[in-house]
Write a protein that binds this ligand. Structure first.
Ligand SMILES: [Zn+2]
Length: 163
């Protein structure tokens, strides 16, 4: 999202956006507490839904006016940060799908292309070879494209400034 340049997205908003992009996974706390994976508040349940994304985006938007951006930009930016989390989870190879339409429907969805190795829940298994495969897979499908988009965005932004 830094592709928009610091004029549109301040560092402060960027930091909040990054925090928001991992926020849906707070549901692993419930998972540890014994809430079943497939429950409304289970992993990839309500916190991965569009309603949750809209609620958090509205909250962030209402809670601070110090982002040096219009409310519309803040709302959209946070919405994309949180929404992309659910979409990326729906691209993974394991677990249950994502409850995009929770709390209205607890149906779990996957996107037609499931290319990202699912992350093991917890730290210990993550350091196994599985963890390594996940990292390589994420590197290829998430970080590489993000880097390219960010880089191209910077170039365009620079071009505008010197035009
Ligand atoms: Zn998730």
């Amino acid at each position: 999202m830094a592709a928009g340049g610091t004029q549109t997205i301040s560092l402060r908003l960027l930091a909040v956006g990054i925090a928001c992009s991992v926020l849906p996974d707070v549901d692993v706390i419930g998972f540890r507490a014994g809430i079943p994976y497939g429950a409304v508040l289970g992993h990839r349940g309500f916190t991965h839904s569009f309603v949750f994304a809209i609620l958090v985006a509205a909250l962030v938007c209402a809670s601070s006016s110090s982002f040096r951006a219009s409310r519309g930009t803040v709302f959209l930016f946070i919405l994309v940060c949180i929404g992309s989390h659910g979409l990326l989870d729906a691209l993974t190879t394991g677990g249950l799908g994502v409850a995009f339409f929770s709390p209205f429907s607890n149906h779990r969805y996957f996107l037609p292309w499931r290319v990202i190795e699912v992350s093991p829940i917890g730290i210990a298994p993550f350091f196994s070879r599985w963890g390594l495969r996940v990292l390589l897979s994420e590197l290829q499908w998430v970080w590489a494209p993000s880097f390219v988009i960010g880089f191209v965005g910077c170039l365009i932004h620079r071009g505008e400034r010197f035009a």
